[in-house]
Design a protein around this ligand. Structure first.
Ligand code: AMP
Length: 218
């Protein structure tokens, strides 16, 4: 059975960063609904235009849309998925369970990345990414070695997200606590929740995630 895992945590918890490590180190496939929605926006699809304002405000887009995106990806086949930013509501979690069953797969581990709110504000407000390879940086904690160019691929296309500002972060956090945090109890009750300290150094977090996966729990 392939390893399928969920990275669960508030915006800025480091889900994307850890997902990139898991892709590199374990060949897993990242399914980030945030990335899929941003792609839909930039390619100007009708759906992308519809969700743009919702995303910029920091609100969740409808379950129907994100479940549809995930369903499409799962139907394309593959193995070893990292669900990053999905599910974000109980309805999405139920839908994911049904979709996995249909594909004869299951979720091995749900990694809960724990961080405190004060850290999230500074993490989010300093965040930027490489538009070419997706490497994630931070003004203070992880600047590029050469200003204005990506350490990994050399691209100068460094971007800040439209929703990475204090105003929409407030809404994103509220959405997280109201709609997503109940998933912690949901997966705890299912027996596959594994909390890790998301405030530790990136390598230490990666080590904690690896320990969960290598314990045969995933
Ligand atoms: P992210 O990149 O995961 O921080 O997502 C960016 C934005 O995309 C969120 O603030 C939401 O507006 C939207 N989004 C991403 N994933 C979901 C989801 N699973 N459910 C609803 N909205 C989502």
């Amino acid at each position: 059975m392939a390893t399928n895992i969920i990275l669960l945590g508030p915006p800025g918890a480091g889900k994307g960063t850890q997902a990139r490590r898991l892709i590199e180190e374990r060949g897993l496939v990242q399914l980030s609904t945030g990335d899929m929605l941003r792609e839909a926006r930039s390619s100007g699809t009708e759906m992308g235009q519809r969700v743009a304002k919702v995303m910029d405000r920091g609100e969740l887009v409808t379950d129907e849309i994100v479940i549809g995106l995930i369903k499409e990806k799962l139907e394309q086949g593959g193995k070893g998925f990292i669900f990053d930013g999905f599910p974000r509501t109980l309805a999405q979690a139920d839908a994911l369970e049904d979709l996995m069953k249909e594909e004869g797969q299951e979720i091995g581990a749900v990694i809960e990345m724990r961080v405190d709110d004060a850290a999230l504000v500074s993490r989010i407000s300093g965040r930027f990414t490489c538009g070419n390879c997706g490497e994630v940086y931070h003004d203070v904690t992880k600047p590029t070695k050469v200003e204005g160019s990506c350490d990994v691929c050399g691209s100068t296309d460094l971007r800040r997200r439209a929703d990475d500002n204090e105003e929409s972060l407030k809404t994103r956090l509220m959405e997280y606590y109201k709609k997503t945090s109940p998933l912690i109890g949901y997966y705890y009750a299912k027996g596959n929740l594994h909390p890790v300290d998301g405030l530790a150094e990136i390598d230490a977090v990666a080590g904690a995630v690896a320990a969960v996966l290598d314990e045969g729990k995933a």
